[in-house]
Write a protein that binds this ligand. Structure first.
Ligand SMILES: Cc1cc2nc3c(=O)[nH]c(=O)nc-3n(C[C@H](O)[C@H](O)[C@H](O)COP(=O)(O)O)c2cc1C
Length: 194
């Protein structure tokens, strides 16, 4: 049986779509380190994300061991205050198993529209970064938990919270487990107008 192939049905495009569909938020990572050079390539690629007026509103922070340790202290403090000592220790343990830490910030603006568009651009950059890494076998988890809005977090990572907002505290590493996910059928999210 022969199947009709139109010009857009190429192997290359199918493989590209597989990367887009296959990327999953990763919770459990192996401890194998991700090469710094790969991360830098992914970040460089991310800076090619669309950004209105070419404002390039993003900044990327790769966290070193001392910074991560301070983030773990802060995480434990925040959770202990909210939910008690046992919960604080538990969360610290879980977070200490995340092999790679990266923060992406977005420049703040007084102009509401510019702020919205800059944040959108940063999200496009984060997705580009995640897809680049995924193609290289590296998974990520995009988080925006309480710690990202804590004043101590900005001091630990080294940015001024008056100047920027946190887009993500991202964990990255080689996946131990790739979870399943589903999406609505395209018919539920697509309308075609006349
Ligand atoms: C802006 C944004 C913030 C997110 N923050 C969190 C978070 O704080 N905690 C979390 O578990 N997942 C967070 N996620 C990940 C989503 O929960 C995840 O993308 C969703 O469950 C779909 O899974 P998938 O990425 O495997 O398709 C965030 C995702 C986005 C886009």
């Amino acid at each position: 049986m022969t199947t009709k192939t139109s010009s857009y049905e190429t192997q290359e495009l199918r493989e590209f779509a597989e990367v887009l569909r296959g990327r999953r938020t990763i919770e459990l990572f192996l401890q194998t380190p991700v090469p710094d050079a790969l991360l830098k390539e992914a970040i460089e690629a991310a800076t090619w994300a669309p950004n209105h007026h070419v404002t390039q509103p993003w900044h990327f922070y790769l966290l070193g061991d001392e910074t991560v340790e301070r983030c773990l202290d802060l995480c434990e403090d925040i959770v202990t205050t909210k939910k008690g000592e046992k919960a604080g220790k538990f969360k610290r343990q879980r977070w200490s198993e995340k092999p790679g830490w990266l923060v992406v910030t977005c420049r703040k603006s007084q102009d509401e529209l510019l702020q919205r568009e800059d944040y959108a651009a940063c999200c496009a950059a984060v997705q580009t970064l995640m897809l680049y890494l995924w193609k290289a076998g590296v998974g990520c988890k995009w988080t925006t938990g309480d710690i990202t809005r804590d004043a101590h977090f900005s001091e630990i990572v080294g940015f001024d919270e008056k100047e920027v907002i946190v887009v993500t505290l991202m964990w990255y590493g080689y996946p131990k487990l790739i979870p399943a996910q589903s999406r609505k059928n395209i018919t539920e999210v697509l309308s075609k107008t006349v």
